[in-house]
Design a protein around this ligand. Structure first.
Ligand code: PLP
Length: 450
């Protein structure tokens, strides 16, 4: 494809090195340049409109072009555009947001600290877990257990927790002290005749065997998304969470719920932890916290964790961790307004009300000869394509089918995400039933062209 000289597309290729992109292919095909957005729609620089079927990156909960978030940011910019939280400094917005998040999360959560991205949050969590165990005089208890297909970010530590091979390969990851358990994907990994409950029991036993082999005195924490997202949208099998939580409690292993995608309504509960009966020691949120209008994440921790860390900070003289932008007042103000909108419009109940429609429209594709599984919960779902349905065999050339389908969707005016041959859907929470129909109509047209 030839890009018009000096066009945005040509300048992008000339100067912009994109994250999570095949750089050489990008040089040939160029970018899709988005210029504006309203509700569930975004518009490119040619004026073409798309339904944003993934809410950006699983994140724009209240939709694009929400004036209240713009005004909240502008008000805060005018009043106090920046302040930090080091050495005891604070500001009203960070205080209000910390209090609100702690109260909303409930369970074991007692304190909040802020970061700017999911990766940064999980990187901080790794350091926090290590610091905590050193504070308690347990220097061997450092291993963090994660899962294959889990996604926790891309920094050195969080990228190590991520259980997707492409995020490790040639980056010299994962670091030591990280283990990955089998992904809880029943359709893909259950043995013949195994019920969901049996499958969950087997996965719990796998974790138990790891603890037995390596010693509970070396296993510090278990981190997991309550519903896997970027690894292919995998809701947990029946009986999974009660078993994994009980095992963590038995061996004094911290339970870390990464709710970067699931937080603030995505699954039809405010937090997926509430839905699945998890009371995590650490709860990580980002994305829908500000609907991604501002980069912000939060690490919510239990009182037990806080007390040990607080004692150690007194011993050392400081808790020597934090970022220039920790608790940024503009981000905190946007988050407060965004949470007001989620509450006022009762978007969590809206997700619950639309869930049957969304999941039904998704599962209507399950009869397609190449769709192995339609799955999802709340307003998140996926269709997994296979070369051969009875054996679930994958395509010979991984990623080609998914990428082509994503391209055709784009042509039909729909942005979704292809994760290999799994197509993920995660629209803004404000989507209506009619817009869901339009989303799947566009997808159906693209699929017919394959
Ligand atoms: N954790 C989960 C569950 C995520 O889905 C993501 C991003 O998709 C991250 C962490 C990383 O967040 P970020 O891209 O903001 O670093």
């Amino acid at each position: 494809m030839t890009l018009a000289p000096n066009s945005l597309e040509a300048r992008d290729v000339a100067y912009y090195f994109h994250p999570a992109t095949n750089a050489r292919r990008h040089e040939q095909v160029g970018p899709l340049v988005l210029e504006s957005g309203r509700g569930v729609f975004v518009k490119d620089d040619q004026g073409k409109e798309y339904i944003e079927g993934l809410a950006g990156l699983w994140s724009v909960a209240v939709g694009f072009g929400e004036p209240r978030l713009v005004e909240a940011a502008a008000r805060q910019m005018a009043k106090l555009p920046y302040y930090h939280s080091f050495a005891g400094k604070s500001h009203p917005q960070a205080i209000a947001l910390a209090e609100r998040l702690v109260k909303l999360a409930g369970g074991r959560v007692a304190k909040a600290q802020f970061t700017s991205s999911g990766s940064e949050a999980n990187d901080f969590v790794v350091k926090l877990v290590w610091y905590y165990n050193n504070a308690l005089g347990r220097p061997k208890k450092k291993t963090i257990v994660s899962r294959e297909k889990g996604y926790h970010g891309v920094s050195v530590a969080s990228g190590s927790l991520t259980g997707l091979p492409a995020f490790h390969r040639d980056f010299d990851l994962p670091i030591a002290n990280v283990r990955h358990l089998t992904a809880p994907h029943y359709w893909r990994s259950a043995l013949p005749g195994e019920t969901e409950d049996d499958f969950s029991e087997r996965l719990m036993q796998e974790f138990e065997a790891l603890i037995r082999n390596e010693g509970a005195d070396t296993i510090a924490a278990f981190i997991a998304e309550p519903v896997m997202g970027a690894g292919g949208v995998v809701p947990p099998p029946a009986g999974y969470w009660p078993r994994m939580q009980a095992l963590c409690r038995k061996h004094d292993i911290l339970l870390i719920a990464d709710e970067v995608i699931t937080g603030f309504g995505r699954t039809g509960a405010l937090f997926a932890s509430h839905k699945y009966g998890i009371a995590p020691d650490v709860l990580v949120v980002s994305k829908a916290l500000t609907s991604s209008y501002f980069p912000l994440s939060a690490v919510l921790i239990s009182d037990a964790l806080y007390q040990a860390v607080a004692d150690n900070s007194a011993k050392i003289g400081t808790f020597a961790h934090g970022f220039t932008a920790s608790g940024h007042p503009v981000g905190a103000a946007v988050a407060m307004e965004n949470l007001d909108i989620i509450e006022e419009r009762d978007l969590v109940a809206h997700v619950r009300a639309l869930e049957p429609h969304f999941q039904r429209r998704l599962s209507e594709f399950a009869g397609h000869p190449l769709i192995g599984e339609a799955r999802g919960v709340g307003l998140i779902g996926a269709l997994e394509f296979v070369a051969d349905k009875p054996t679930k065999a994958a395509f010979d050339q991984p990623g080609v089918f998914g990428a082509r389908l994503a391209e055709l969707c784009q042509d039909e005016g729909l942005i979704i995400r292809a994760i290999g041959e799994t197509i993920a859907f995660c629209p803004p929470l404000i989507i209506t039933a009619a817009e869901i129909d339009e989303l799947f109509a566009r997808f159906g047209r693209a699929l017919k062209r394959m």
